[in-house]
Design a protein around this ligand. Structure first.
Ligand code: FAD
Ligand code: NAP
Ligand code: NAG
Ligand code: NAG
Ligand code: NAG
Length: 493
């Protein structure tokens, strides 16, 4: 076992390995691969194969063995199942993740649901450290009557549907209505609005799933309202995403000028990113457009707009009570000052007719295993700089560490931070790595007993090439497999 360990380690201690082997001497108690060839290999595993998992691994593989356990047979988390199909450049990070997965000290084990197929305690018995990077797989709920009606979806499910997440394959949203209301004004809300309104010609060469493309081609949705409980100065999307809406072919903005009273005079006190976002918003919402823009808007068949100062009160049912036919919104005013501004209702309400309601008010992490502490209020794993509180050897990174906000670069930074914390603990001796642990060999035995067969990275590469092949036939970068059973079949043949 130790010899095997040494042979895998290519990082500059070959001579020592040789000397150690010939002499048959095994030093004991030494810590860290680099310090002595005879030290046991400290082993780390990561739960979740999204950006947090891969970036944590990227930093750790420089000096440690790292195994990644992922529930799905396919890697990359929200880069595959979240990032919009018309943002292919964002998905280039998959190349970096692939390099990490192919590193000699990294291995990927898909189709393993931690908390179900193997417990966190079992992982801790097999590894010196376990990093939880399993993201935010739940959605926040509106908590209003009518939320369960047909025609009401969480953005998480809607996005999962057009991006081929197996659990959302059967969502089949009904798009035979004129108006869709999206609740929430973050970047996810804008992704959903853009997908609903994009000309199918733009989407057809992306990796959007074919069933979603077919449904969108038949869509009657002509108007998308993006509703926020606070005002234009609290808009949660970023400027690049707003600009994409503004420039979306075949659409015109439809705003209410009264929402923007008093905004212009605030501009000069705003910090720079907020100022630029607000300037663009004002340009679109209240300024008189130039001639060519006016013509463009007049010929547009579809419309989108923000509605501010509105909170959902109730989803209104159709006459036969079977599905959503509208939404009742409470009219708000703002209280507080500066960054700390919140909405209070004025008592006034307003009804909007719509056949589709998409709630995009944020994702939510879920507890994974009773052995892991969980903050039921913040919906994160309580941690200090990535160390799970009161659990030696447990760490966390990504959305489950910080909450469901931040772009991939933010997730990268905080994953590197967690990896540094972990290595620091190993080097300082606060994390015990003196005992020999079996690593993936131990977990594989447990999984075998339970009839769970992992999908290795080389298996995923078969799925990947099958998807590329199917995509090529349609002029798409890939046509995703939508069914776990089919993924497994391709992986294992
Ligand atoms: C719709 C959407 C679009 C986005 N678009 C962009 C964008 O264009 N640009 C950008 O920079 N950022 C974007 N982001 C943000 C970015 O996706 C996140 O910052 C990042 O994905 C968070 O990484 P994570 O690894 O913490 O979570 P995730 O990406 O969710 O990864 C978690 C992984 O853990 C796995 N997992 C869950 N439970 C278990 C379990 N029990 N056992 C094993 N594995 C498990 C999941 O299957 C998943 O693969 C977007 C986010 C969303 C929601
Ligand atoms: N292209 C990209 O770079 C991209 C694409 C998608 C996602 N992402 C990132 O992924 C992260 C998650 O995005 P997100 O859009 O889900 O989250 P988000 O940016 O936090 O936006 C959530 C929105 O929901 C609203 N909201 C929350 N609770 C509400 C409630 N109870 N009632 C009414 N409205 C409520 C928020 O309004 P309040 O402000 O009033 O709370 C906000 O408008 C973000 O950091 C985002 O930037 C990036
Ligand atoms: C969000 O998730 C809950 C379960 O946590 C579910 O019951 C609800 O229908 C989902 N959808 C919406 C729109 O909130
Ligand atoms: C990530 O960290 C670097 C270096 O500390 C910093 O310059 C950058 O702004 C950070 N990016 C994000 C998105 O937080
Ligand atoms: C988590 C998961 O999807 N596990 C699957 C792994 O593969 C077996 C088939 O061998 C499925 O039955 C499991 O559901």
């Amino acid at each position: 076992f130790r010899l095997h360990c040494h042979l895998l380690w290519k990082g500059g201690s070959w001579l020592l390995v040789f000397v150690g082997f010939v002499a048959g001497i095994y030093f004991s108690g030494a810590r860290g691969l680099g310090t002595s060839p005879a030290a046991s290999c400290p082993k780390v595993c990561i739960v979740g194969g999204g950006p947090a998992g891969f970036y944590t691994a990227q930093h750790l593989v420089k000096v440690r063995y790292v195994d990644i356990y992922e529930r799905l047979p396919v890697p990359f988390g929200l880069v595959r199942f979240g990032v919009a199909p018309d943002h292919p450049e964002v998905k280039n990070v998959m190349n970096t993740f692939t390099q990490t997965a192919q590193h000699a000290r990294c291995s990927f084990h898909g189709n393993v649901s931690v908390g179900k197929d193997v417990t966190v305690q079992e992982l801790q018995e097999a590894y010196h450290a376990v990093v939880l990077s399993y993201g935010a797989e739940g959605n926040r709920t509106l908590g209003v009557p009518g939320e369960d009606l047909a025609g009401v979806h969480s953005a998480k499910d809607f996005v999962g549907w057009y991006n081929g997440l197996p659990t959302n394959r059967d969502l089949r949203p009904d798009l035979r209505c004129e108006t869709a209301v999206i609740l929430g004004q973050g970047n996810v809300a804008l992704d959903v609005a853009r997908i609903l309104l994009s000309p199918v010609d733009i989407l057809k060469n992306t990796d959007i799933t074919q069933p979603a493309l077919d449904t969108l081609a038949e869509s009657s949705v002509r108007r998308v309202l993006i509703v926020g409980r606070r005002g234009p100065l609290q808009l949660a999307c970023t400027i690049k995403e707003l600009r994409e809406m503004v420039n979306l072919p075949g659409t015109r903005p439809e705003m209410e000028a009264s929402d923007f009273e008093c905004i212009a005079k605030m501009l000069k006190v705003l910090p720079r990113p907020r100022k630029r976002l607000t300037e663009l918003l004002l340009k679109v919402a209240v300024e008189t457009p130039e001639e060519t823009e006016l013509e463009r808007r007049n010929s547009a068949k579809r419309a989108w707009g923000f509605r501010f100062f509105r909170s959902p009160v109730e989803i209104l049912p159709s006459d036969d009570l079977t599905r959503a036919a509208g939404i009742r919104l409470a009219v708000n005013r703002l209280e507080g000052e500066g960054e700390d501004v919140w909405a209070v209702t004025t008592g006034e309400v307003e009804d909007v007719e719509c056949g589709l309601v998409i709630s995009s008010i944020g994702y939510k992490s879920l507890p994974i295993d009773p052995a892991v502490p969980f903050d039921p209020r913040k919906h994160i794993i309580p941690n200090t700089m990535g160390r799970v509180q009161k659990c030696a050897g447990l760490y966390c990174s990504g959305w489950v560490k910080r909450g469901p906000t931040g772009v991939i670069a933010t997730t990268m930074n905080d994953s590197f931070d967690t990896a540094r914390t972990l290595l620091h603990d190993m080097d300082e001796g606060t994390l015990d790595i003196s005992t020999v642990k079996p690593g993936s060999a131990g977990v594989t035995t447990i999984l075998e007993k339970r009839g769970v067969k992992p999908v290795l990275f080389s298996d995923w590469e078969k799925i990947d090439s099958e998807e590329s092949k199917r995509g090529e036939a349609r002029g798409k970068p890939r046509e995703k497999l939508l069914d776990v059973g089919e993924m497994l079949k391709v992986a294992w043949t």
